[in-house]
Design a protein around this ligand. Structure first.
Ligand SMILES: [Zn+2]
Length: 176
């Protein structure tokens, strides 16, 4: 538990697997952050309108790492006793910067993107298997597709998330 991001200055960085990837639970204000974290390769849950008590309870149940910009959340007993792990996300940052902040705090790399809708893992899908599910113009233009293993959503190179990993990586690097 004493880990402080050893060797953060090294140029090499964690190569292959790196540290274990945590799953996140974002508070009701951090929906944008949840999508950026998914784009950066992390499973991040978010529920619109969830109240703080339920948020903390769910983090405790699921073992997810709680992300909140509400200082009051960190006064709650499960966080004070470290039964729930949480990171305070400073206010006034854009979602991309928030994601960069979180990865930097934890010393985590940007990974292969996960589903922007739900945070599920993406599996490569053949063009034939996605016909009828994506616009014809997309089928014409792109050859690489992925399907979310959790919700079934189809993504392709050139979708909105393509630039996200690069953006988060830049934001993570910028703070130091
Ligand atoms: Zn999904």
């Amino acid at each position: 538990m004493g880990g402080r991001g050893d060797g953060a200055d090294g140029g090499a960085g964690p190569a292959e697997d790196g540290p274990a990837a945590p799953s996140f639970l974002c508070d009701a204000m951090l929906g944008g952050l949840s999508r950026w974290l998914r784009g950066a390769g992390y499973d991040a849950a978010f529920e619109h309108g969830i109240d703080d008590g339920e948020l903390v309870r769910r983090a405790q149940e699921t073992g997810r790492l709680l992300l909140s910009s509400d200082a009051g959340v960190f006064q709650r007993r499960p966080l004070r006793t470290a039964a729930v792990r949480g990171i305070y996300v400073p206010r006034g940052l854009r979602p991309m910067e928030q994601a960069g902040f979180v990865l930097r705090e934890l010393g985590l790399p940007v990974r292969d993107p996960r589903c922007m809708a739900c945070g599920g893992a993406l599996a490569a899908a053949s063009k034939a298997s996605v016909l009828g599910e994506v616009p014809a113009v997309v089928v014409e233009r792109y050859d690489a597709f992925w399907r979310c293993e959790r919700c079934g959503k189809v993504l392709w190179k050139g979708s909105h998330w393509e630039g996200i990993a690069a953006g988060v990586a830049a934001a993570a690097a910028a703070g130091r």
